[in-house]
Design a protein around this ligand. Sequence first.
Ligand SMILES: Nc1ncnc2c1ncn2[C@@H]1O[C@H](COP(=O)(O)OP(=O)(O)OP(=O)(O)O)[C@@H](O)[C@H]1O
Ligand SMILES: [Mg+2]
Length: 250
Amino acid sequence: MIRLEGLGKDFGAHPAVSGLDLEVRPGEIFGFLGPNGAGKTTTVKMMTGLLKPTAGRVLIDGLDLAADPIAAKRAMGLVPDEPFVYPKLTGAEYLRFIGELYGVPLADIRRRVPELLEMFELVPWSGELLESYSHGMRQKLVLAGILLHDPKILVLDEPMVGLDPKSGRLVKDIFVRLARRGTAIFMCTHVLEIAEKLCHRIGIMIGGRMVACGTLDELRAQSRKEGRDLESIFLSLTGGAEYSTLLRHL
Ligand SMILES: Nc1ncnc2c1ncn2[C@@H]1O[C@H](COP(=O)(O)OP(=O)(O)OP(=O)(O)O)[C@@H](O)[C@H]1O
Ligand SMILES: [Mg+2]
């Protein structure tokens, strides 16, 4: 579904992502972890055609993103780290716009828009301009927009940030159901509990390179932390030994 081959991005002399190979299969939820500045968002931008790679290529549902960008993007839904929405549209107008942009039949748009607004508890604000929406409300609207065109591939950059506990639970359940239906989900997250409970496989980026990738059990074996939780594994893989020294300035 998603295939990254030798993907790399340099900003000037600084390599933000280097030699990234990865495959995410249909029905799989892949969690992309790593410290701030590790190259996760840069990877997401390259995967979704927002940033041109310096090296390698991206295949989406078998299509080369660089050669066939429109068809590849049609198969994909993106939740960026900052939920951008047009400020002068209302919630309902935004969803209709997204539906039309992705060629969703008009009858489906008419039926689905009210359903999705209800699911994300946005009905009371559906006629309000998006400039008045809170961060979490925008985030939910972007997610509703993705469900409207129901792509085979979802790419999400920290989708839980800003969501209240009930909405967070809703979104987790949605991801699980979509994956069961065969959607491939690639998700950046700092929330280790989500990665642990939701993701079938996890990749850990450090300094632009993926230093570990596999199921939770495989990561445990790699970090020689038998039976430990993902936090211990993550800290040990990302230099947890020095962690205690950070607190000495307090
Ligand atoms: N437009 C840009 N110009 C120059 N350097 C950039 C640019 N975008 C990102 N970088 C650099 O690339 C590296 C990776 O950044 P990126 O945003 O991909 O990290 P991240 O893993 O998403 O971090 P976070 O967890 O904080 O979201 C950083 O060193 C960052 O400074
Ligand atoms: Mg980021």
